[in-house]
Design a protein around this ligand. Structure first.
Ligand code: CAA
Length: 380
């Protein structure tokens, strides 16, 4: 076992860390306040080659490994978790759906390069008002009509929804088969009958754009189908296995961002005539948080390595998602407390990180769903 990152991964980590400090940090509080999506900064990430990191060059990717991609999300999310999830959804959920599907090379060349180069956004349309944790309960339909399909239904909580040029949409071609009747289609922005519904007003990840997607007699060609009837649910699950590594990396980044902020604060903030870290109570608490972060990080890097080496990774991704996102919630809550009144104020960053952390325990499968997946593996 090698616990060290290789030289290329270290270089990438340094490059993304510098970008996050120089380009994201100066404006992140203001962008969070306004709930404004930073289109240009995302495009800069695209130009740096980040969005397509783990996918083949022939489809617009960089041909690197998934661990490198996890490291990049971690570094972005240390500073800006909204961009972290927007990035992860384009890459793992949309990109992962197309890459793992039955799409031909011609379809991949049509649907991937713009997203993987950060010139366009991808989204993932699985969740519906009555199909959240029970993802197989979707009722959106795709009815065969001549040489295409007509989609009807509503998807919700769709990250990147209002931005997405391409959406992977799971719909029933054979509704009587329930989850086994699901197929997957790529629907392009501007397709008649396809529109963005309510845009959500959220507690955290305020800049991320999350919305409903509405399909009202939306006609797509046969070539939009990337997974045939019966393969849609499995494709969604596979994309989510990869997506959970992205969310784990986001959670880890949030935890580390808050931890690093608290460390600096504790070194300079003086009370009772000494820097507050000299209180052993606080120093020991920080030691505990450090261990929690390191353990979560090892699990995340293992899950990414499992994926990179062709080992099964669904359960390790679930474990990484559970540990990293719980660490995000715990570490950020503690850091707000350790930083006292200042910690509660916007300019000190940790309150935003605490708000951003909460959703990581919920989306791409609640942490209770991760426990279901992990316990399923134990007792299979
Ligand atoms: N990979 C491949 N196939 C899989 C799989 C996986 N990871 N998991 C299950 N399958 C297959 C099973 O083998 C089974 O196949 P057969 O029918 O051939 O036997 C089939 O799928 C059904 O499996 P289950 O019976 O286990 O399915 P289930 O209905 O019990 O559901 C679940 C399992 C794990 C609870 C699943 O529904 C789930 O993951 N729920 C959470 C959904 C989720 O994460 N939603 C987030 C959406 S995205 C989002 O958050 C928004 C965003 O934009 C960020």
């Amino acid at each position: 076992m090698d616990f060290r990152l290789n030289e290329k991964q270290l270089e990438l980590q340094a490059k993304v860390r510098k970008f996050a400090q120089e380009r994201l940090l100066p404006t992140v509080v203001e962008r969070d306040n306004k709930g404004e999506y930073p289109t240009e900064l995302y495009k800069e990430m695209g130009a740096m080659g980040l969005i397509g990191l783990p996918y083949p060059k022939e489809f617009g990717g960089q041909g690197e490994d998934y661990l490198s991609y996890a490291i990049a999300i971690e570094e972005i999310s240390k500073v800006d978790a909204s961009l972290g999830i927007s990035y992860s959804v384009s890459t793992s959920l949309y990109g992962g759906s197309v890459m793992n599907s039955n799409a031909t090379d011609a379809q991949k060349k049509e649907f991937l390069p713009d997203v993987l180069q950060g010139k366009a956004w991808g989204s993932f349309g699985l969740t519906e008002p009555n199909a959240g944790s029970d993802a197989g309960g979707c009722v959106t339909t795709a009815t065969k009509d001549g040489d295409g399909y007509v989609l009807n239904g509503l998807k919700c909580f769709n990250t990147n929804g209002p931005l997405a040029d391409y959406s992977a949409v799971f719909a029933l071609t054979e509704p009587e088969l329930k989850a086994k009747g699901l197929a997957c289609f790529v629907v392009k922005k501007g397709t008649p009958g396809f529109s963005v519904g309510r845009i959500e007003d959220k507690m955290g990840i305020r800049q991320a754009q999350v919305s409903e997607l509405i399909f009202d007699n939306c006609r797509v060609p046969e070539s939009a189908m990337i997974a045939p009837t019966g393969q849609g649910f499995k494709l969604a699950m596979k994309a989510l296995d990869g997506g959970r590594i992205g969310v784990a990396a986001q959670g880890l980044g949030i935890a580390e961002g808050a931890f690093d902020t608290a460390v600096e604060y504790m070194k300079t903030r003086e009370q009772f005539g000494k820097p507050i870290f000299k209180n052993q109570y606080l120093a020991f608490k920080m030691a505990e948080l450090k261990m929690e972060i390191e353990a979560a990080k090892l699990m995340l890097y293992k899950a990414a390595t499992d994926k990179d080496t062709g080992a099964p990774y669904g359960e390790s991704a679930a474990m990484a998602k559970y540990l990293c996102t719980n660490a995000a919630m715990h570490v950020t809550t503690e850091c707000v407390q350790f930083m006292g009144g200042n910690g509660y104020m916007k300019g000190y960053h940790v309150e935003r990180m605490m708000r951003d952390a909460k959703i990581t325990q919920i989306y791409e499968g609640t942490n209770e769903i991760q426990q279901l997946i992990i316990s399923g593996g134990i007792f299979r």
